[in-house]
Design a protein around this ligand. Structure first.
Ligand code: HEM
Length: 304
């Protein structure tokens, strides 16, 4: 097969006809040099000689890559909100949600690991645990779940601790959303806008009232209503990831403790009660669109 040199649009390229298709390539930037596939594909180093460990490694690594993308998109989301560009923020959120749904779906692959497969290499993992994923913790911090105690786990890794500290000190996406609501005249207390971002956010009745007003009249507040729904979906899909992790690993290790020393599936089950955007959830029990009142009750009943 002959390979010819060509110049196309000022770029020197190689050209060959393969099965009737004219294929061109440029060695200054190739698929593998751009995507660093050599580095990526040499990063799987099992600590055992057990064949099922490869699945375990690739599952974690692919989740870490998706988390990297979510963190990247979260930065874009912050910029969108700071610019009061709600439509763009909704688009960014849609991408984040889709990545989370994809991550959740990928637990199906791990579910092919039987309890027997796992015990063949579990001992080799020593105390290594997903608890030590600094990207996961950063994601929690960026979304609004500020738990400074978690930093101690990363004391051995200065770079990780620094990026976690920066995420802890910065406003979360929910803080940024409250700022946006304040700019749009939704009565967010000043104390929340100037709060210490490094501490866990405490739900506030004024914020719940602001969300309730938006959700009671979606036509009047269409953009913020849609943004609120996207944030709710983000939390839902994140929690769905947690749920599927908990269920999948319970299938593999039952009620055994984790390699990180926690109670295992029970520890993960408790994380299902965590929330990033508390008033967006709590406000829902006060919505009654049929009557306009805050009481619950039968949606088909008329009257006030
Ligand atoms: C057989 C596979 C797996 C098992 C048995 C397992 C088990 C566990 C257990 C028991 C915990 C609680 C902490 C501990 O005591 O270790 C945990 C935490 C965690 N795991 Fe997994 N896991 C598995 C796969 C994965 C994968 C593929 C990921 C993807 C990144 C992951 C990410 C995490 C994260 C981020 C935490 C911390 C959760 C939190 O603190 O809320 N795990 N895992």
């Amino acid at each position: 097969m002959s390979v010819r040199k060509q110049t196309i649009d000022g770029l020197d390229v190689f050209e060959a006809v393969i099965e009737g298709e004219t294929i061109t390539w440029d060695t200054s930037l190739t698929y593998s040099s751009h995507l660093q596939t050599e580095k990526l594909l040499s990063a799987q180093e099992p600590v055992s000689d057990k064949p099922d460990e490869m699945l375990f490694i690739i599952m974690h690594q692919s989740m870490e890559l998706w988390m990297k993308l979510v963190l990247h998109e979260a930065e874009q989301l912050m910029a969108d909100m700071r610019a009061d560009h709600i439509a763009r923020a909704c688009k960014t959120l849609e991408r984040i949600e889709t990545v989370l749904r994809h991550m959740t779906h990928s637990w199906e692959v791990l579910a092919t690991l039987t309890p027997h497969d796992f015990v063949t290499f579990r001992g080799f993992l020593k105390r290594a645990s997903g608890m030590q994923s600094h990207q996961f913790r950063e994601l929690e911090f960026r979304l609004g779940l500020k738990r400074p105690d978690m930093l101690v786990i990363h004391e051995h890794d200065q770079a990780a601790q620094q990026s976690l500290q920066a995420a802890l000190d910065a406003p979360s996406v929910y803080d940024e959303l409250l700022h946006l609501m304040a700019r749009q005249g939704h009565g967010i207390p000043d104390a929340l806008l100037t709060r210490d971002y490094a501490v866990l956010y405490t739900p506030d009745p004024a914020v719940e009232d602001a969300w309730l007003a938006i959700y009671r009249d979606p036509d009047q507040h269409r953009a913020l209503y849609q943004l609120g729904e996207r944030f709710s979906a983000l939390e839902y899909y994140f929690q769905e990831w947690r749920f599927k992790h908990m269920k999948t690993i319970a299938r593999v290790i039952g009620q055994k403790p984790g390699t990180g020393g926690s109670a295992g599936a029970d520890y993960l089950a408790r994380t299902l009660d965590l929330t990033f955007f508390p008033e967006l959830l709590s406000m829902r029990s006060r919505i009654s669109p049929a009557t306009g009142s805050e009481a619950g009750g039968c949606p088909f009943q008329g009257g006030d």
